[in-house]
Design a protein around this ligand. Structure first.
Ligand code: PEP
Length: 251
């Protein structure tokens, strides 16, 4: 039985004041006990959020980590070990904004995934196709290649302690959402790819859907057999909306 996970990706948003307000809103939410909840603030705000959510059930993660797990000479980067030290429990790797805007390759993403695990952080591996790739019928090919980048490098054993997030790029921040059937088809293919290596591990991996998830579409998406929760961008910046999405995952 996979425990649903709802994750809020705050991206490059927030000031100390707005983050304080959001923390206050989160602390007052009624959250379902059977759903794991995590927020990913910018690394600048991780300390503030960890302190603000102390004694709450909401975990804190980071949006990225360096390819090297330990601190060192790498200006501007943050090591997974530093994130752990700061109170993070999870880290996103391979978000499409980093793959597409910053040119992160599958090989770099695999190194970040390994760095996270080496430090005891749970990596959330993001996968997804662009609109052009979907229209060209390449969705499964793209997602299979992205997942294969980690699978071939680190093996199926690495997925015992990892989460996968399918986020079609065309649905991120656009208001367009994959239909529940479209999303389920890709989630099932992801699980099948993992199951080809080890069925038991594949069965335990949580696969989140991300892309314009809101309270109104969450119930249908989370009702699909291979969708185990969501990675939420814009809607996670509103505590009440985020809380409603978390409750939808508990239904
Ligand atoms: C995201 O960036 O991970 C995301 C899913 O964003 P949004 O919910 O705003 O589409």
């Amino acid at each position: 039985m996979r425990r649903p996970l709802v994750a809020g990706n705050w991206k490059m948003h927030g000031t100390r004041a707005s983050v304080a307000e959001l923390i206050e809103g989160l602390r007052h939410l009624q959250l379902p006990g059977d759903v794991e909840v995590v927020v990913f603030p910018s690394s600048l705000h991780v300390g503030q959020v960890v302190a603000g959510l102390e004694s709450s059930v909401i975990a804190v993660g980071a949006q990225d980590c360096a390819v090297d797990p330990m601190p060192g000479a790498l200006t501007g980067e943050v090591a997974a070990s530093q994130l752990l030290d700061a109170g993070c429990a999870l880290v996103l790797v391979g978000h499409s904004e980093r793959r597409l805007i910053l040119g992160e390759s599958d090989a770099v993403v695999a190194r970040k995934f390994a760095a996270a695990q080496a430090c005891g952080l749970l990596p959330v591996l993001c996968l997804g196709e662009t609109l052009a790739q979907r229209e060209a019928g390449q969705t499964l090919e793209v997602v299979t290649r992205q997942l294969g980048g980690v699978l071939e490098e680190l093996g199926i054993g690495a997925f015992v302690s990892a989460v996968v997030a399918y986020e079609p790029v065309w649905a991120i921040g656009t208001g367009l959402t994959a239909s529940a059937q479209q999303a389920q088809e890709v989630h099932a293919a992801i699980r099948q790819q993992l199951a080809a290596e080890n069925a038991e591990i594949a069965c335990g991996v949580r696969i989140l859907y991300g892309g314009s998830v809101k309270a109104v579409n969450a119930v249908e998406l989370f009702g699909m057999p291979d969708i185990d929760g969501g990675l939420i961008g814009g809607a996670s910046l509103n505590a009440d909306e985020f809380g409603a999405i978390c409750r939808a995952a508990g239904n």
